[in-house]
Design a protein around this ligand. Structure first.
Ligand SMILES: [Zn+2]
Length: 160
């Protein structure tokens, strides 16, 4: 048997080169993958903490007493402005809702309660009300709100 030692050494050398290259490639990609996983984990962790400490009112729904009170003080009429704020909506109030949206940090309190018809409530959705809308409602409330009740709509949840 004729063994070509040099050729074997050559082949072994190139095999080691291939394995070395493969290990280098894999470890580089593994590092990148681990880094990506670590970054994702940090983002998920930060978001969880942010959500836990967010200022959402733990009370989502108004009580039936609050709804009744809110409807009475609004004279059972929708409080939302119409025609660019020139008039008050003429429809009957069907919903009591958060003026400053609950999902955006609005409080479930009478100061943040607004009576609205279904159409206005749907249009309002979870939009943060403009200063103009807030002002117009407050001005109109002077006429129909009972004395002693704050007229400015909208209140953010302050936390516990
Ligand atoms: Zn309306």
């Amino acid at each position: 048997m004729d063994l070509d030692i040099d050729a074997l050494i050559d082949r072994a050398g190139s095999l080691i080169d291939v394995i070395g290259t493969a290990i280098t490639w894999l470890s580089a990609h593994t590092m990148a993958t681990l880094l990506l996983v670590a970054v994702l984990a940090v983002i998920i962790f930060a978001r969880t903490i942010a959500r836990r400490t967010s200022t959402t009112d733990p009370t989502r729904l108004f009580t039936s007493d609050q709804r009744r009170e809110g409807m009475v003080r609004a004279e059972n009429r929708c409080e939302m402005p119409k025609f660019f704020g020139l008039t008050r909506c003429r429809r009957r109030a069907e919903h009591g809702d958060h003026f400053f949206p609950w999902s955006r940090g609005g409080a479930t309190t009478m100061d943040n309660y607004v009576a609205a018809c279904a159409k206005c409530n749907l249009a309002k959705s979870n939009h943060v009300p403009t200063r103009l809308t807030t002002f117009l409602i407050a001005m109109r409330r002077r006429r129909y709100f009972p004395d002693g009740i704050p007229i400015r709509p909208g209140q953010r949840y302050q936390g516990v």
